[in-house]
Design a protein around this ligand. Sequence first.
Ligand code: ATP
Ligand code: MG
Length: 230
Amino acid sequence: LAWPDSGDVRFNDVSVRYAAELEPVLRDITVHFKAGEKIGICGRTGSGKSSLTLALFRLIDTYKGSIVIDGIDISQVPLLTLRNRIAIIPQDPVLFSGTIRFNLDPLEEKLDSQLWEALEIAQLKPTVSELDNQLDAEVAENGENFSVGQRQLFCLARAFLRNARILIMDEATASIDMQTDAILQTVVATSFNSVTVITVAHRVATIMDSDTILVLSDGKIVEYDTPANL
Ligand code: ATP
Ligand code: MG
């Protein structure tokens, strides 16, 4: 039940495509992300960065090779389990309609003090404290009463509460919010210290603090090294 307990990720000669009749968008990917490693992914638009993250959730078909997390081939893991245990901050995150409490803890497993702790870590405590009903304040459909940056921070708070061992961040392309970006980087470096974090970035500056940087081009790995060696 504790899987994944450390967050070790292996891609073994993986090729993926969106449909059987389409060309592969990732080809022969072999790479090993160690537990707790901070990995930055960059490459041109269309190079396959988001597809690589989607393959981890089985949202795209791996038709060759295998992806193994903490010793288990993810094709053997029930989808719900897989999607619950890996946290993602997508390019354009949506929140559920319902309360803030519901968005953070849909299964009602956490204490209020834990919810506030997660909000504090994600630097959302001031925002939520100012709302009339605080944790029970309503979130509008798709989270439209919050900015994209705030929605990303709510996803981060949720990932923290879930004790996810793997966190994926897919940086927004349009309207890059430097302030949110800076908060995300700081929080990842402190509160997600032991978590495997995969950051898809459009600006190299965002991932210069990573342990390793992976550069994709046309669905293939063209560079994989420490920032200093690139
Ligand atoms: P960006 O920097 O623009 O976010 P990316 O590196 O994340 O680009 P991907 O979204 O992974 O690129 O796309 C890789 C390839 O897969 C592209 O050729 C793209 O056109 C194709 N692709 C992406 N999504 C789909 C889809 N839903 N169906 C079919 N092809 C897709
Ligand atoms: Mg993308």
